[in-house]
Design a protein around this ligand. Structure first.
Ligand SMILES: NC(=O)CC[C@H](N)C(=O)O
Length: 251
């Protein structure tokens, strides 16, 4: 079995490279019929409006929705998270099509514009760190979304205190959100709901492969049939982070 990576736009190459480091084949998915050949799917970061337009052009929405509804593991990172959400706010005029399935509301550019992108250390969730490594991971937020509310079946894996973000005082979206958020202090940045995993940050842009290993464990074919793929690879894991200078710029 191979892992599909939606390759319309954004950081699909980076995801495929991480999968390769873990000994797993990642294949680019651009057409509906290609979803038949993959056990699971990663939807990368990029620009969700553009991705939605390209998905529409390639008639991918029905197949993507079916893939999600069939219970196949799907992981959305950043724009991919927006794509999977049932509801998005902060969209461009006219809105954009979503795959949906993930019971949450996401704010598309919660942390501000491209220049308000940032990196921070966040505690690694217990379930993600099963194979060890440092207690935190480097979370890379690029014009990132955040999850504003979740339904009862959604498990929150990571959240972030707004006070930890430098842009807090200069970004009106965050200030408004802070006032309207009940806890007033945190937003959700990683969730799991059954077969769906979603992160507002970009693990594929760091050398820490634990989020990818966690996702691979959600894929029954890989976990059951070829468990050495995941367990062997974890011994090769490193936990460093690439410099932000290397990051692709998403418009
Ligand atoms: N790095 C990203 O994927 C950014 C996503 C962007 N906020 C969007 O609307 O699509």
């Amino acid at each position: 079995m191979v892992v599909g990576v939606l390759a319309l736009q954004g950081s699909f190459n980076e995801h495929i490279a991480v999968l390769k480091r873990l000994g797993v084949k990642g294949v680019e998915v651009r057409k509906p019929e290609q979803l038949l050949n993959v056990s699971s799917l990663i939807i990368p970061g990029g620009e969700s409006t553009t991705m939605a337009k390209l998905a529409e052009l390639h008639n991918l929405f029905p197949a993507l929705r079916e893939f999600v509804q069939m219970g196949k593991p799907v992981w959305g990172t950043c724009a991919g998270l927006i794509f999977l959400a049932n509801k998005a706010t902060g969209q461009k005029t006219g809105g954009q099509k979503l795959i949906g399935g993930l019971d949450c509301t996401v704010h598309r550019n919660f942390f501000g514009s491209q220049i308000q992108s940032f990196e921070t250390e966040l505690p690694i969730p217990q379930v993600v760190a099963e194979d060890g490594g440092p207690p935190s991971f480097r979370a890379v937020f690029i014009r990132a979304p955040a999850i504003l509310d979740v339904g009862p079946d959604v498990e929150v894996l990571s959240d972030i205190p707004l006070s930890a973000i430098e842009t807090l005082n200069s970004n009106p979206a965050i200030q408004n959100e802070e006032e309207s958020t009940e806890s007033g202090k945190k937003v959700i940045v990683a969730v799991k709901q059954g077969n769906l995993l979603a992160t507002a940050f970009h693990p594929e842009l760091t050398a820490d492969t634990r989020w990818h290993s966690y996702f691979l464990k959600m894929v029954p074919e890989i976990e059951g049939g070829t468990s050495d793929i995941v367990s062997t690879s974890t011994s090769n894991q490193s936990f460093g982070t690439r410099s932000i200078i290397d990051f692709p710029i998403y418009q």
